[in-house]
Design a protein around this ligand. Structure first.
Ligand code: AMP
Length: 384
């Protein structure tokens, strides 16, 4: 009979392996180091955000199975900050060390069609969708779902990359051509009242925890601001949290899961996307909650007790994109830092490109509106 006893927890002093070295990995690493862990990070880039603060930085492509195995051999458990890691790499790591989330969870969420089918088959509410392999599929799907609708690449999409809105029949041919031979998914357009998300955690011992609902505002498909807690009825918030925890349980996630929702007028919630990791909309948890999403990831993957997710005060987060950087150097940070109750987080990225997430701001206040006003004023000051 299989031994189902839980593994002993991985305690501070141990080394944690991280696949992906972006800002999520950097904040994970900082949280892990606060708890006395060591971190080894693997990323294809030079001088990556997590590598700058990790104990060991391995520069290798995500499909470099040998490099990933070398990472795994040096640590006690492996986690990810990025879901689009090739299956062969994940399988190779999982033969050597515990890996959270597991390869099957990543397989489901790496692909929009697999993810939507998983949700639909388990009775979770999703946007109506169709699989697109040929232009005739797109014609039929557009007829069934109506206009407007959104065509997305099934694999490797994030922050609106690989998405096109179809407004009329004339958009079908160019949108299909833009897929460039990749498989697509057509989604009905959701006339939402607002977008919100729930970050939750499940530990290897089966314990789970959830943060309050975050209210998200996107610009050009990229998250711009988050207000914490979302300004939605308590019943809706409760339903979003319960749904997120149920998805985490059904998926069998160990680690973190973020569920993004569309809230429709009338209170219906549709799941837009899953991310098996901490999320941009949870960044305010660093300054605004007893336990941040990054500390919770450490606790969850190590099988340690999960921390309290209580919100200390209403909060808001604003992203800092590369657009704010002048061509010849750094923004005038002193203008922003003069807003003394706003916290600045920068990710150590040297090259600022338009749309690239370079950092974020957080502020706490008595109300979500007041917190939002603070981060927006601070960001505006940076523009000069
Ligand atoms: P995604 O990468 O799928 O999360 O899409 C990025 C953003 O595009 C979402 O956060 C929404 O603001 C918008 N969007 C994506 N899909 C839809 C949809 N089916 N209906 C309305 N807005 C959408």
């Amino acid at each position: 009979m299989a031994d189902t006893r839980p593994l002993p927890p991985i305690r501070p002093g141990a080394a944690l392996g991280l696949l992906g070295g972006g800002q999520l990995g950097r904040m994970f690493t900082l949280a892990a180091r606060n708890l006395g862990f060591r971190v080894h990070a693997l990323d294809p880039g030079h001088d990556c955000p997590a590598g700058q603060v990790a104990d060991v930085e391995i520069r290798a492509a995500y499909n470099d199975v040998y490099a990933a195995q070398a990472l795994a051999r040096g640590v006690d458990v492996v986690t990810v900050e990025f879901e689009n890691i090739p299956a062969e790499t994940l399988e190779a790591v999982a033969t050597l060390r515990p890996m959270h989330p597991g390869a099957s969870v990543l397989h489901t969420v790496q692909h929009r069609l697999r993810e939507k089918r998983f949700l639909f088959q388990h009775g979770f509410p999703v946007t109506p969708f169709r699989e697109i392999n040929r232009e005739s599929d797109l014609r039929e799907a557009a007829e069934a779902l109506g206009f407007p609708s959104v065509l997305k690449t099934a694999a490797f999409g994030y922050d609106g990359k690989g998405q096109r809105k179809l407004k009329e029949a004339a958009d079908i041919a160019p949108a299909f051509a833009a897929l460039g031979g990749q498989q697509g998914i057509l989604e009905a357009w959701v006339p939402f009242e607002l977008e919100c998300s729930v970050v939750c955690a499940r530990s290897s011992s089966g314990e789970s925890s959830v943060w309050p609902v975050a209210e998200n505002d996107h610009r050009n498909h990229i998250l711009d601001t988050t207000v914490f807690p979302a300004r939605i009825p308590a019943e809706v918030a409760q339903r979003a949290q319960t749904t997120a925890l149920a998805i985490a349980e059904t998926l069998g996630v160990v680690g973190m899961l973020t569920v993004e929702f569309f809230l429709k007028p009338g209170g219906e919630l549709l799941v837009n996307e899953l991310a098996p990791r901490p999320h941009n909309s949870g960044h305010a948890t660093i300054d605004a909650c007893v336990t941040s999403q990054f500390e919770q990831q450490v606790r969850a993957v190590c099988g340690l007790p999960l921390g309290d997710t209580a919100l200390l005060r209403p909060a808001a987060m604003a992203n800092l994109l590369g657009d704010l950087w002048p061509a010849d150097g750094q923004p005038a940070w002193e203008r922003l830092l003069a807003h003394r109750d706003v916290k600045l987080h920068l990710y150590g990225k040297t090259e600022a490109r338009p749309g690239r997430k370079m950092g974020h701001l957080t502020a706490l206040a008595d109300t979500p509106e007041a917190a939002l006003a603070k981060v927006l004023a601070a960001r505006e000051a940076l523009r000069g």
